[in-house]
Write a protein that binds this ligand. Structure first.
Ligand code: ADP
Ligand code: ZN
Length: 726
């Protein structure tokens, strides 16, 4: 990589604000800055951190410029990363300053980590030997420096023992450099014996990684086929080449099990990166990634913005997962941006999934991505037998949500002392509460959504803005007491039914609002894996990646749930989610069963799941997308216009619509009320821009925004290039 030369007199600095371009600052004499340097600059009355950017500076008399205040002692953000930020800003139509903000998320890390006080053995011997003292001396035998508490802990003594030895001169104080957050991984630590299929797949990935050039490989294999083991071989190759590796995971709930798995393969954990990391740890990881001490990061989508020193491979696990899409400030899909990052940095990308996105399938079909298949589960693990339960023919008893067929399967599973999982992707007790006397429905006062009853908490809650109120006894409309009824099930209600039906079974409910934080969730998941529950009832938290060896029955309570909205992506999403959930069963040699409760057993999604004819399902999906020129055969952008009044939002949306350029290959649909017409008291309208595959969507939308009405008052406009739902 080429070295950036220092800038004298003036430098463009990108600050982490909605700035459309870098601002110019004077470089004081004797200050050394290069593109990528992290600096502190005055901005209005404040001092903020920013990055020295590329490009020519404005021709201004440097004496009129405000000077850079400080250069941090930090490795500069490299050229590839700067290009990546610019690329995302261009592509997503976001001010580059806002994108740069994602890269400056660890302010304390801009200064080097301080050295810490440690203790080192001297030549002196203690005056009197005790058991505790000899344990300390044994522990410190290697002559390496220890921290006081680290030594006490390792020797199993109290810190006062250490203090006593220090007072006698047996230890002296030394300064020791900051410890790595994780030990270096060893590519040869525990290489598994791969099956012939796996070995062939691994070889393809290894070759791609060793070549060290850009290329995307779709690793497509059923759940449990060993995709992780296989891409670990590519990770090992990258490490051998002295490269850093990023593994993206969709869900932080998954990272813990993943870290352990990585450790058993590489002898050390990767560094984690996600929003739940303690601030101090965040700073250290950021810094050590920049310095190259951390070799592998396993993280959520924001890990794409870590300042890697020598990144050489990105793996996107569960590449189809909607969690990779950020829809806040910077609207981006981390899977797609990982591909861009690989292109800019000339290194390979691996996309892994049991149910790849239609986009990736098409890319592989058309030869833009290589494809590696793993068709079978590892060892004797067999995919579950899958059946749909036609709810029209085998309806549940009144007031119940589980078909007799599912209940029977559950009781057989219990009798075999195996585990069942009931999946319902809906938190709370019931999605709607109404009054039987007057028909009043409880809605959110500030969103166009019904309030969901959470019975454990005794509340009615809005799942969009968090508004909550106590569930009253009387109807607020007609005053009738005790006439409120819960309509439809959430996981809490299913749990109630399960407990009533199987009072002796150990039942666990897993739902993000019940599980108190990531730690608690981890414990629950471990307990389930150890067999400490008979029946698990969960939302999509339980769908992903977990390995529950004794789980032999999966029941989908409402397989049709995701199909209800009119979104063209609904079938794909439902298929992916249902495949993933049913994939929780049959992780070992035991026979397993997946049952789907559905009112539409002939729906292509149900047929694909039950028959296992995944190929036919994708073919049909792809053909439909192609016919309608929907992504990836055409392009879409969503523009959401919101305001405090319906009138302002709609007027602005119409104004934007009128500003649309006249071209033949792109047209605008709407404005129409957004799928959620009101959220948090803001009224929302949507324009959908639909273009051909090679259309210049960005140019088109940019022109609309530039020529449309000025954003004023409470109006907000956000652009979502490649929206998830459309
Ligand atoms: P996937 O990522 O495709 O769902 P995993 O990599 O999680 O599959 O593999 C499923 C299970 O099989 C894991 O417990 C894994 O450790 C085990 N496994 C897969 N391949 C091998 C292998 N070659 N040797 C030993 N265990 C394996
Ligand atoms: Zn609300």
């Amino acid at each position: 990589m080429k070295e950036d030369s220092p800038l004298t007199t003036a430098a463009p600095v990108l600050v982490p604000m909605p700035a459309e371009r870098a601002y110019t600052y004077a470089v004081p004499e004797r200050m050394r800055v290069v593109p990528g340097s992290i600096v502190r600059v005055p901005l209005g009355p404040r001092l903020v951190a920013g990055v020295v950017w590329d490009g020519a500076v404005e021709q201004v008399d440097p004496r009129k410029l405000r000077p850079i205040d400080h250069v941090f002692d930090c490795p500069p953000i490299d050229h590839d990363m700067r290009r990546f930020v610019d690329w995302i800003a261009q592509y997503t139509l976001t001010p580059p300053g806002l994108v740069a903000r994602m890269l400056l998320r660890a302010p304390e890390a801009f200064d080097p980590e301080p050295w810490i006080e440690g203790l080192q053995r001297t030549a002196l011997a203690p005056g009197r030997m005790t058991g505790a003292r000899s344990r300390v001396l044994e522990t410190a035998e290697s002559g390496l420096a220890w921290t006081r508490s680290g030594l006490a802990h390792a020797a199993g003594v109290s810190s006062t023992v250490i203090d006593g030895l220090k007072a006698q001169g047996v230890f002296e104080t030394v300064m020791i450099p900051p410890r790595p957050v994780v030990a270096p991984p060893d590519p040869t630590y525990a290489r598994p014996e791969l099956t012939p299929d796996q070995a062939a797949a691994a070889e393809t990935l290894r070759a791609g990684t060793a070549a060290g050039t850009f290329g995307v490989t779709l690793l497509d294999g059923v759940t449990g086929s060993g995709k992780t083991e296989v891409y670990f071989e590519a990770v090992a190759t990258a490490l051998d080449k002295g490269k850093q590796v990023l593994i993206l995971l969709p869900e932080i709930a998954l990272t813990h099990a993943f870290l352990e798995r990585f450790q058993s393969r590489f002898g050390a954990k990767p560094a984690e990166w996600h929003s739940d990391l303690a601030p101090k740890m965040r700073e250290r990881v950021w810094r050590q990634v920049a310095e190259g001490t951390v070799r592998v990061v396993a993280g959520a989508r924001s890990a794409l913005f870590l300042p890697f020193k020598e990144l050489g491979l990105i793996v996107v696990d569960e590449e189809h997962d909607p969690a990779y899409k950020q829809e806040d400030r910077v609207f981006y899909n981390a899977r797609d941006m990982a591909v861009v990052r690989g292109h800019i940095g000339s290194f390979p990308i691996v996309l892994a999934s049991a149910t790849p996105s239609v986009e990736s399938q098409v890319n592989a079909n058309q030869g833009r991505y290589a494809r590696v298949d793993l068709p079978a589960r590892f060892a004797e693990a067999a995919l579950p037998t899958l059946r749909s339960i036609d709810m029209r023919r085998a309806p549940p008893a009144r007031g119940s949500f589980l078909s007799p067929l599912l209940v029977e399967a559950m009781s057989k599973t219990l009798a075999r002392q195996e585990q069942s999982l009931l999946f319902l992707n809906r938190r709370g007790y019931a999605p709607l509460t109404l009054c039987r006397s007057c028909g009043h429905r409880f809605g959110c006062p500030v969103c166009s959504a019904w309030l969901v009853e959470h019975r454990f908490r005794g509340q009615l809650v809005c799942h969009h803005c968090g508004h909550n109120e106590r569930r009253p006894d009387a109807c607020p409309e007609c005053g009738t007491i005790d006439h409120l009824v819960a309509c439809g099930p959430g996981v809490e209600r299913i749990a109630e039914e399960v407990v009533a039906t199987f009072p002796d079974a150990r039942t666990i409910v897993l739902s993000s609002d019940l599980v108190g934080g990531v730690r608690r969730l981890r414990l629950e998941l471990e307990a389930i894996a150890k067999g400490e529950a008979d029946i698990v009832i969960g939302t999509q938290l339980v769908a992903k990646g977990h390995n529950f060896p004794n789980m032999t029955l999966v029941g989908i309570v409402d397989a049709d749930l995701g199909l209800a909205n009119g979104d063209p992506r609904a079938a794909e999403r439902t298929f992916q989610l249902l495949s993933q959930v049913t994939g929780r069963a049959g992780r070992t040699g035991k026979k397993s069963l997946g049952l789907l409760q559905t009112y539409q057993p002939d729906h292509p999604v149900m047929r694909a799941i039950v028959s296992g004819d995944v190929g036919a399902f994708y073919e049909r999906e792809i053909a439909e997308r192609e016919r309608a020129a929907l992504p990836p055969f055409g392009r879409l952008a969503g523009i959401i216009i919101s305001a405090e009044t319906r009138h302002d939002a709609e007027a602005h949306a119409r104004g934007l619509r009128r500003a649309a350029p006249e071209v033949s290959d792109i047209f605008v649909l709407g404005p129409a009320e957004a799928p959620l017409a009101m959220v948090g008291g803001r009224h929302r309208f949507r324009l959908l821009v639909h273009g051909e595959r090679r259309s210049d969507m960005q140019g088109f939308v940019r022109q609309m925004l530039a020529e449309g009405p000025k954003v004023r008052g409470s109006v907000r406009v956000s652009v979502d290039i490649d929206p998830q739902s459309f």
